[in-house]
Design a protein around this ligand. Structure first.
Ligand code: GLU
Length: 290
């Protein structure tokens, strides 16, 4: 299969040096492998995505000298796919409706439980299961306007074969890599019943990223270490949805002088700021050690 990778920014703020690192690394590895570099606009969360940030993504990437090998995919065009997957999971009894707010969850997990500290997973507090048996699951389709959670224990039980894991490679020069096991007991205790469709928009990051990587035939997912824990969820979802697990590379994160991870609000390190100050794409490559 042709080496195919992607850059998948969310248009919720300016791209910064960390994004440049991800995009350039993925692009360079695709070119070195004679493969394909694709772009995906992750605008599933319409409450936070803005057209002006999407325009700036195209400007910044063009300025960096990056070109992609197919029309960019936009998550906002893929509602039907997300809905079909949710309907399928619902009909298999793997989802349940949830009406808890963040505050409800925080209150439920902070209730005294023999002194146990509330546990956090990749999506925040691990859901205590309040709604697991609260609403009927035997309707033909999932209810509208409610969050839908994956019943993790049921999903794990329904897997046709035990989970294996994912292959993690290093950047060119450090290849090949190793198998990272994904353990069912960890998913139950450290991830729990994650949201696969949000109350305020259809689908969720975890669901869409897995479906989109599959639709774009991504063989290598190259992204930051901050998403390493999420990959364990993605491997589970791939198994549940019958999707092949790609190879992963979780790269180092670009940090500021104080060692903090760069964030979208960190306008000082926005690519557009450096560009306005007269830096060149080569200067950016040097800055991030590429
Ligand atoms: N859209 C995510 C972000 O901007 C990246 C998701 C991914 O690469 O899987 O952080």
């Amino acid at each position: 299969m042709t080496f195919t990778t992607r850059f998948a920014p969310s248009p919720t703020g300016p791209l910064h040096l960390g994004h440049a690192y991800s995009a350039l690394l993925a692009h360079d590895m695709a070119r070195a492998a004679n493969g394909r570099f694709l772009l995906r606009i992750e605008d599933i969360d319409h409450t936070r995505s803005r057209p002006e940030w999407e325009r700036q993504i195209y400007d910044d990437l063009a300025w960096l000298g990056l070109a992609w090998d197919a029309t960019p995919m936009r998550q906002s065009d893929r509602q039907d796919t997300y809905r079909a997957a949710l309907n399928d999971l619902w009909s298999r009894g793997l989802l349940y409706a949830c009406s808890c707010s963040r505050r409800d969850i925080a209150a439920a997990v902070s209730a005294p439980q023999e002194g146990a500290e509330p546990a956090f997973g990749p999506d925040g507090l691990i859901y205590p299961g309040t709604c697991r048996h609260r609403y009927p699951r035997d309707r033909d389709f999932p209810p509208e306007g409610m969050a839908l959670r994956l019943d993790m224990a049921v999903a794990l039980n329904a897997l046709p074969q035990p989970l294996s894991g994912f292959a993690e490679i290093g950047p060119a020069g450090v290849l090949p890599g190793h198998l990272v096991p994904v353990r069912a007991d960890n998913l139950t205790s450290s991830v729990g019943d994650i949201v696969l469709s949000r109350k305020d928009f259809l689908g969720s990051y975890h669901l869409s990223v897995v479906l989109d990587d599959s639709a774009q035939e991504i063989t290598h997912v190259i992204r930051g270490k901050d998403l390493y824990d999420a990959t364990h969820i993605h491997v589970l979802l791939q198994a549940v949805l019958g999707i092949q697990t790609p190879v992963y590379l979780h790269h180092r994160l670009i940090r500021d002088e104080q060692g903090r991870r760069l964030a979208k609000r960190d306008d000082a390190r926005a690519l557009a700021t450096y560009r306005a100050e007269g830096l060149t794409p080569l200067d950016i490559r040097k800055k991030i050690g590429l």
